[in-house]
Design a protein around this ligand. Sequence first.
Ligand SMILES: [Zn+2]
Ligand SMILES: [Zn+2]
Length: 377
Amino acid sequence: MTNKRDYYEILSIPRGASEEEVRRAFRRLALEYHPDRNKNADAEDRFKEINEAYQVLSDAEKRAAYNRFGHVGVSANGGPRGFEGADAFGGFGNIFDAFFGGFERRGRSEPRPGRDLEASMTIAFEEAALGTRQDVGISRVEICERCKGNRAEPGTAVKECTTCHGRGEVRRSQQSLFGQFVQIAACPTCAGEGRVAAQPCTRCRGSGHERRTRKIPVTVPAGVEDGMRMRLEGEGDAGSPGAPAGDLYLVLHVKEHRLFRRDGVHLLLELPINFAQAALGDTVEVPTLQGRASLTIPAGAQSGTLLRIKREGVPHLQAKGRGDLLVTLRVVTPQSLDPEARRLLEDLAKRLEAVDGDDGDKRWFERVKGACSGGQP
Ligand SMILES: [Zn+2]
Ligand SMILES: [Zn+2]
């Protein structure tokens, strides 16, 4: 290890070279020394050297260690720390595949988990606030009921795949920029399983899976809101034998309510009152999520006054307790009056005039003008 060449020297770059310069130098040299293209006796050794230098200098952490401590900084048991060598990629061809965008490597040894699914569910306003239990219909991939996923017609044998000899993967030669490469891919005959059914299952045609429509029972907790996503573990597509199923993500849509709206855990209600109630005060019953509650309107209440009924809101999703019911008063002016009501109001109008004095209107205008211009009233 003492006669190792400097990594910067190997790639012919200055110590301050940028990431892009490191990458460019590696591409150029790797192209030049790849053993499939360069038939000189030392090409393979040079190529390994170039590759090792690149592995260290392209990794910020390894490069920093190398800059401080030299080869010792990145070496452990004679090899650079964290670097597994060309062979770990399955030969020279694959190190290039990994470097230049790569391939999906999967063999029999890696059971594939099932895919995650997404579905949506529409629930009523009250159901979101108070919780509900209902079924959601989905279509998903499941293990074939007939062959239990082993792909063969029941009673018939499953044999080793003759294409890949049970390995689940095949090596293919491929022409590329750098010459001939060996690429590893899942075996097309057995789809990476390593085994094939002599007589494929008639229900799933040998796939081991089948698509089914299911109703999944869902417990929606109290306090959810529109747009929230619930994760139902293991309710997605089935995986390959031995691998876990995917999850089901459920997006909740909450319908609007005729009376209520929500602000988190608080329930909002607009309450129309007449101006006699506003002026004199009143005690009224208001609707709540689960019944009714009594509300006291104070005398002299204005339109827009906010009143709070404690703990009549929506339960906290993740904690104890619940929000409040916030009632906004809206004073409604009558649009038609019977003669008696009209006479009473005319009397009231005279009475209010007397209280305000002759210049009541004038004073009011002055106040509004002052407020609008921001000046003193
Ligand atoms: Zn089957
Ligand atoms: Zn095969």
